[in-house]
Design a protein. Structure first.
Length: 367
């Protein structure tokens, strides 16, 4: 027995060996079940969270669009060129609207301004009336307080006289205190009268100012009213003249579209007249040609008939006969009156065909 170790050879048994896949191993079916369960769970979870994902994606898209819009708006707002363009556009729009309003009714704008002036004048008159009433009230208050001061002075003087003649010390003290009260009250009233007189002076000054403004406003309103009346009458005459001018321009210049139709009508009349005259001339040439041909044919037939009469007369003359008038119209094949008497009755009965033949020869003579 050899003690040398030998290496086993597995090559003959490994030639047909193929490794098993994971799904063919014992743990394969379980792994397949787990994979199917995971797929189903993932599909169900996706189905559950799909509305949330759609909403989230939609909100993200909306937020992105809004962010882009806000960025563009901010860029436009902070762009000086865009701000200048918008400012000029706004001014142009306002200017165009103001011009349109002014051009639509300028007299109406003047009348609206006059109405506003009258309203302000009414408010000024109300203020003048209030200040006038305040001044009158202050004057009356000052007058009444002055009378009261005089009355208090008389009372204080009377109390002093009574205190001088009083024998009782308590009565004398009471009268002196009453006199002091009258004097203090009169002093307070005099101080109030001074304040009222100052206020009345300011009120009178403001009243004079407002009355001056009222007179100026009356004069301005009257001038404006006269101006508006004059401009309204002038505007009316201008509008009438403009309307008359418009009618004259339309009459002299005409309506462009109507003038186009008139030009088309004139062109049609000219073309129709030229065409009709051409047709008349062509018809005249055609009738002249027909008449000329008819005259030529009639002249030729007359000349031919005259030539045959001349030839027939020449034949008679060369034969030495003097034909009568009836013989002169005898045509070849037609007997004269004497010859017709010598013809027997039988010949007359046979003459039907002969007369027809002779008649044909007579007609042929003029052909």
């Amino acid at each position: 027995m050899s003690l040398v170790p030998t290496t086993p050879t597995f090559s003959p048994s490994l030639q047909g060996y193929t490794p098993k896949s994971f799904w063919k191993r014992p743990e394969g079916p379980f792994g397949m079940i787990v994979l199917v369960a995971l797929i189903l769970a993932g599909g169900y979870g996706l189905y559950i969270i799909l509305p949330f994902l759609i909403t989230l994606l939609t909100n993200v898209i909306y937020a992105s669009v809004l962010a882009v819009v806000v960025f563009l708006i901010g860029w436009l707002i902070f762009n000086p060129t865009f701000r200048t363009a918008v400012k000029n556009l706004f001014q142009n729009i306002v200017r165009f609207f103001a011009s349109w309003v002014v051009e639509t009714d300028p007299i109406g704008i003047l009348r609206n301004n006059l109405d506003d002036m009258k309203k302000e004048k009414y408010n000024l008159d109300q203020t003048v009336q209030r200040f006038s009433g305040s001044e009158e009230k202050l004057k009356r208050s000052i007058s009444s307080k002055g009378d009261e001061i005089n009355s208090l002075g008389f009372k204080a003087q009377k109390a002093e006289q009574m205190a001088g003649s009083a024998k009782d010390s308590m009565e004398k003290e009471r009268l002196m205190l009453e006199r002091q009260t009258f004097l203090e009250k009169a002093g307070m009233l005099m101080q109030g009268v001074k304040q009222l007189e100052a206020l009345e002076g300011e009120t009178s000054k403001m009243l004079n100012t407002f009355q001056h403004w009222s007179q100026i406003a009356d004069s301005k309103i009257q001038r404006t009213e006269n101006k508006v009346s004059f401009l309204a009458e002038q505007r009316k005459m201008i509008l009438d003249a403009k309307a008359t001018l418009g009618m004259g321009q339309r009459l002299l210049r005409g309506n462009p579209e109507q003038l186009k139709m008139v030009d088309m009508a004139l062109d049609y009349l000219e073309e129709d007249t030229a065409r009709t005259l051409g047709e008349i001339r062509e018809f005249s040439r055609f009738t002249d040609k027909l008449i000329t041909e008819e005259q030529i044919e009639s002249g030729a037939a007359a000349d031919e008939a005259a030539a045959r009469f001349a030839e027939f007369s020449q034949k008679l003359l060369t034969a030495g006969e003097k034909p009568s008038v009836a013989d002169m119209i005898e045509v070849s094949g037609v007997p004269s009156a004497s010859a017709a008497a010598a013809v027997p009755m039988g010949g007359a009965r046979k003459g039907g065909s002969t007369s027809a033949k002779d008649s044909g020869d007579y007609d042929n003579m003029f052909k």
